[in-house]
Design a protein around this ligand. Sequence first.
Ligand code: PLP
Ligand code: LYS
Length: 418
Amino acid sequence: MSGFPEFDYRNNELFVESVSLKQIAREFGTPCYVYSRAALTKAYQAFDAAFANREHLICYAVKANSNIAILNLFARLGSGFDIVSGGELQRVIKAGGDPGKTVFSGVGKHVDEMRMALNANILCFNVESEAELIVLNQIAKDMGKIAPVSLRVNPDVDAKTHPYISTGLKENKFGVPASVAERIYQSTQQYPHIRFTGLDCHIGSQLTELEPFLQASHKMLNLLETLQSQGLSIEHLDLGGGLGIRYTDETPPSIKDYVSALCAGTRTVKQRLLIEPGRSLVGNSGILLTRVEYLKHTSARDFAIVDAAMNDLMRPALYDAYHAILPVQQNASEARNYQVVGPVCETGDFLGHDRKLSLNDGDFLAVMSAGAYGMSMSSNYNTRPRAAEIMVDHDQIHIIRQRETIDQLMADERVLPQ
Ligand SMILES: Cc1ncc(COP(=O)(O)O)c(C=O)c1O
Ligand SMILES: N[C@@H](CCCC[NH3+])C(=O)O
């Protein structure tokens, strides 16, 4: 058993749904990302079902994995989207997503991005500062439009996650304090081209406990009640994303328990509930498939040098994040303690430390839980073309992004005339 339902062993060989990963590696080459349509669909449906009769909108956080095939799949299931750039908005539109179900987060929205989003008639801007509100009001005025806004509140709650991805503490750059939100909502007449439609928060990513979510929703509820008692009427409460997944031995709440807890904590709220999950929808629906190039045994270490690197999956290098690494073909010969490293010229270029594996040159490995913040954070460092992406649907293999070519990488570069 691999521990990952849609990526499991059959006769000691790792499959994704009904397809052999060895076959994918041989047909499409490595490194490549491989996703399971069934896993993506099940994750979305688990969120949707957990809301039961509560009016809700799931806004998938596009940054977690922005391939248009994935966006299209979620759009077809009824999903909305959480975007953080004009580029992500264009992806949503190209994928057939509904801008009317799209919220725009981020502390540094550019005026061009605001115009693009106003033209597309998005559901709302999650505004993160008074300065941004002033600019948005002016842009909307210039365009003869009214901008729908939900203020992002920073509830000052410790998400108990990696400090780089904790976003709801008052020292973080995100959102406005509740007191400022209150002041803004009391002076809405200063913003005649803004319609205040919601309240939102997002306290961080890869949360493995319910408590911080409940603390944040409690604070949001208090603020909502205060604002309502002052006569403000809003249309939705957005509680952000952040639900963690199991990479190794974490025990995050299930999707069902998480949604049920959010619904229970906001029982008195009449408005539509929004959430912005990313990782929990796609993280365990994808892997990074790689090939062992060389085994190198030194007096200090055993290295498995593979053809995927930190440019393909930067989470280990960036956060010292753990991803399980499984052999595509299990074998019974003696295992060694391997450092699984890539070809990039940095000691920080590793995918896993101290992994017990029995390996030969040419073997394939699956780096698990790579569906979220894998491809979307990849780069061309060391002039490495980005990996191909494959989606498996039962026994069907679909290529959803071709491997980049080196010509593409240099296509926009020019030498000086003399
Ligand atoms: C505003 C916002 N919403 C949603 C998300 C999605 O978070 P996660 O992938 O942890 O669910 C993020 C990223 O943390 C975010 O910044
Ligand atoms: N990039 C992070 C998550 C950041 C979430 C962004 N809001 C990760 O890989 O875990």
